[in-house]
Design a protein around this ligand. Sequence first.
Ligand SMILES: Nc1ncnc2c1ncn2[C@@H]1O[C@H](COP(=O)(O)OP(=O)(O)OP(=O)(O)O)[C@@H](O)[C@H]1O
Length: 321
Amino acid sequence: MSLLEVRNLKTYFYLDRNEYPAVDDISFTLDEGKTIAIIGESGSGKSVTSLSIMGLVDFPGKIIGGEVYYRGEDLLKKGEREMQKIRGNEIAMIYQDPMSTLNPMIKVGKQIEEALIIHKKATKKDSKKIVVELMKAVGIPDGEERYNHLPEQFSGGMRQRLMIAMAIACNPKILIADEPTTALDVTIQAEILDLLRNLRNEYNMSIILNTHDLGVVAEMADEVVVMYCGKIMEIAPNKELFKNPLNPYTQKLMECIPRIDDRKKRLDTIEGYVPHLTELPKGCRFSDRCHKAFDRCKDELPELKEISKEHWSRCWLHEVE
Ligand SMILES: Nc1ncnc2c1ncn2[C@@H]1O[C@H](COP(=O)(O)OP(=O)(O)OP(=O)(O)O)[C@@H](O)[C@H]1O
C-alpha cells in the first residue's frame, strides 16, 4: 500500500454560476521516503492539489470528487477536527513565502514550539530543547539565543529554514513543499534544496514538491507529474522523463530549461499563454499552443495512457505513432 494515494481528485471553483476545473480528475501515488515533483506553468493546479490533500480548499473552491488515501484512510471523509490532527503532525506544508506561516509579532522559538505542544503534548522545558535541536538541524546555529528573536531579525533564506523547522517539528511522514525556493536567490536555493534532501533522508519523509524549476526536479524527484490546466499530461520516473519526454507539453517545458549560467529564468517562455479556466479549449487543453496539434486535438480530450512501463502520457499523437 502506498503512503498516499490520490485517486480521481477533482477540485473545482464556483464563480458567477460557472464551474472551473482547477484540478480535474488527477491520480498519483507517493511511497514512503520518496519525492514526487509536480511541475507545470503557473495556474496548472499544483497548489490547489496540495491544498486539497491538506483539506484546506476554501470557498469558492470545492473538492467535488475522488479520494485521498493516507495510510489507507480517505482524508476527504475526515472532519475538520481529525484533519487538524493530521495537518502538521502527519502531513506538513511549506510555502514560497515564509511570512505566510510565521507571525511577525511572536518569537520564532515559540512559533516552532507550538506544534510540539499541541500535537506531541510536549512540556515547555522539553519543547525548548527540541526547538533548539530543530533549529540546528535546519542550519540555524545559536538556537538558544535565536529562540527569542522575531522573524524580521532573520534573512529570507533563514526564514525559509525556520518555516521548515516548524513543518518538521512533529516529524511528519509527508512534507508538501509548494515552490519552496522560488523566491530565493540561486545560492540560497541550492542550500535549501540540500537541506530538504538531507532532512528527507534523515527523517525518512516523503515529499511532494511543487515547482516551475526543472533543475530542482532533476536533482530531487523520484517521480514527476506534469500538470497543465488541471489535468495530468504526463507521469514518469524522473530519469525516464528527462531522457524520453513523450508529451509535447513536457517537451516544450524541457526546451525552456535554463542554461547553467542563467538559472533564474523561469519556465514561462512557451509561446502563448496558459488559458484561463474560463476559456479552456474543447479538446486537449494544450492544443492551442501545441506545435504538434492536429484536428482531433482541438475536438477531443485524449486519455492519460501508459505508453511504456510506468510512463503515462495524454496525447493523441501516441495513437498515430
Ligand atoms: N481562490 C481561488 N478562486 C478562484 N480560482 C482559483 C483560486 N485559487 C486558485 N484558482 C485557480 O485554480 C487554478 C489552479 O491554480 P493553482 O494555484 O493551483 O496553480 P499553480 O500551478 O499552483 O500555479 P502557481 O505556480 O502560480 O502557484 C488557476 O486557474 C487559478 O486561477
